[in-house]
Write a protein that binds this ligand. Structure first.
Ligand code: NAG
Ligand code: NAG
Ligand code: NAG
Length: 475
């Protein structure tokens, strides 16, 4: 832990270094001058702030200790901008309490809603085509709900500039924003710590919702890509995310060949380059993780361990994220989640740009599936609490930059069914999956039994029918 003197230096230094551009995504009504001046982000829903009159939520003051404006606006989210934001009741959700929480639908958000996330190669052609065209639509349509903020100095409100962005680019931006390192450290709000899998779970739910609202396809879902089933990118074809040439350019026959990469290195919105990937071409990451890697990861009984960052050992989170690297003949420099990013040797391989590649979401959907398997097996575990955890990833810290406010610990005891989705197992049993094999054997010996039972039943029915006929004749 840093001493208070260290903190003082840190804050001083960050004030001096925070003059570069800083950004976030904001609900459009909260980007207006009066919202900024009054430090209030409580948009109207049906005529009242946060749908107060309809009993959806209220415009709540949030108090935080040490009321100084944070040196980095992600810390103590959203204290840098607003004192009041919407707090939604019941199943209401969203920055204005105008939408339903994941898992609910209907005018009063009382009807359950659930989607099944399938393995991407298990989707029918129609499902896959719809998925890809919904993504493409999101990439090319300006969001009417959010804007992006750019500013060169968060301590001077007047320097804010808000920009329109497409729905998909908002999502890219959000990841870039959360993944930016805090100036002093190797840490960020969404990686290298206990919040990693939960932040990404909420991130996927965010884009799922925005795409549903945009397209009206309420059952839009993000499939998962089980990379343990293949030794190469089996979805790098024009049917999926695009074939690539030796230079990493995406084939013209794929819609993704026209996708512009949003990157902080050249003013985020003025994209000048395209998606690229060279799967397996990075010598230090020329292979995908195996089912053995997954098994070892799931065997880790501690959710996370000190120092709760990339140095953590015997930590499920650190193994899943890919910092705890198996020492074997593969000579890997990264593992699991990180290895898949590195494997692509392109847009996917750098934190600030990774989410530009649509492969990101199917990869993270599988990572999310693994999180759920682990949580199911470790119901007694809890979100770690320690002074060693970075401030942004503490259990009680609000996840930046989501509205309404939710702490990192909020989602721990909420399983995915309560969030409106579940994972469907791959249609072909995995050669390495013991439990699926067992079920298969049970079914194998079950068939003869079912067959015999059917024959017996048929004989009884025929017998009864003959007897009835006989009785009818005699009566
Ligand atoms: C930040 O932007 C404002 C307005 O565009 C400008 O006046 C100011 O000089 C800039 N500050 C720095 C440190 O670049
Ligand atoms: C992008 O470039 C255009 C024209 O060169 C410029 O007007 C605009 O301000 C730039 N946008 C950003 C976010 O820098
Ligand atoms: C791709 O792999 C090469 C060779 O290992 C490496 O030098 C390069 O930095 C990688 N590029 C990206 C974008 O990951």
């Amino acid at each position: 832990m840093l001493s208070s003197v260290h903190w003082l230096w840190l804050v001083l230094w960050l004030h001096l270094t925070s003059l570069e551009d800083v950004e976030a995504q904001f609900p459009i009504p909260c980007t207006r001058q009066e919202a900024l001046d009054s430090r209030t982000c409580c948009p109207l829903w049906n005529g009242s702030p946060c749908g107060e009159m309809a009993g959806r939520g209220d415009c709540a003051q949030h108090f935080l200790e040490g009321a100084d404006l944070p040196f980095d606006y992600r810390v103590d989210w959203p204290n840098s901008f607003y004192d009041k934001v919407c707090a939604c009741y019941g199943n209401f959700d969203g920055f204005d309490c105008g939408v339903c929480s994941p898992g609910w639908q209907g005018p009063d958000c009382l009807e359950p809603h659930r989607v099944d996330r399938k393995e991407i190669t298990d989707m029918t052609e129609d499902e896959r085509e719809l998925f890809i065209s919904n993504l493409d639509h999101a990439k090319h349509t300006i969001s009417n709900r959010y804007k992006i903020l750019t500013s060169n100095d968060t301590t001077k409100a007047g320097n804010f500039k808000f920009h329109e962005a497409t729905v998909y680019d908002l999502y890219v931006w959000l990841h870039y924003y959360a993944a930016k390192k805090y100036a002093d450290t190797d840490d960020d709000a969404a990686h290298r710590g206990p919040a990693f899998p939960f932040w990404h779970r909420i991130f996927l739910l965010f884009i799922e919702r925005e795409i549903r609202l945009l397209t009206g396809n309420h059952n839009f879902f993000i499939p998962y890509w089980d990379w343990t089933r293949t030794d190469h990118c089996n979805i790098c074809t024009n049917d999926y995310f695009g074939a690539v040439d030796p230079d990493g350019h995406i084939d013209q026959g794929s819609r993704f060949s026209k996708w512009k990469v949003r990157s902080p290195s050249c003013s985020f919105l003025n994209a000048s380059f395209l998606l690229f990937r060279k799967p397996g071409k990075d010598r230090s990451a020329d292979t995908l993780p195996t089912s053995g890697d997954v098994r070892r990861t799931l065997c880790e009984d501690n959710y996370d361990t000190p120092p709760f960052n990339k140095m953590s050992k015997h930590s499920f989170r650190s193994r899943l994220e890919g910092f705890d690297i198996p020492r074997d003949s593969r000579n890997l420099q990264s593992a699991m989640h990180n290895l898949v990013h590195d494997y692509f040797n392109g847009t996917m391989s750098h934190l600030p740009t990774a989410a530009n590649d649509p492969l990101f979401m199917v990869h993270h959907s599988f990572v999310d599936k693994l999180l759920e398997v682990w949580l199911e097996r470790h119901r007694y575990a809890s979100y770690p609490e320690s002074d060693e955890i970075h401030k942004a990833q503490k259990k009680e810290s609000y996840m930046a930059p989501f509205f309404p406010l939710r702490t990192n610990g909020y989602y721990w005891n909420r399983n995915i069914l309560s969030l409106g989705y579940k994972y469907i197992e791959h249609s072909i049993p995995h050669p390495g999956a013991v439990h699926i094999g067992e079920v298969y054997h049970q079914i194998q010996w079950l068939w003869p039994v079912v067959g015999v039972a059917c024959v017996v039943l048929l004989c009884v029915i025929v017998g009864v029918a003959i007897k009835c006929k006989g009785e009818k004749k005699t009566s």
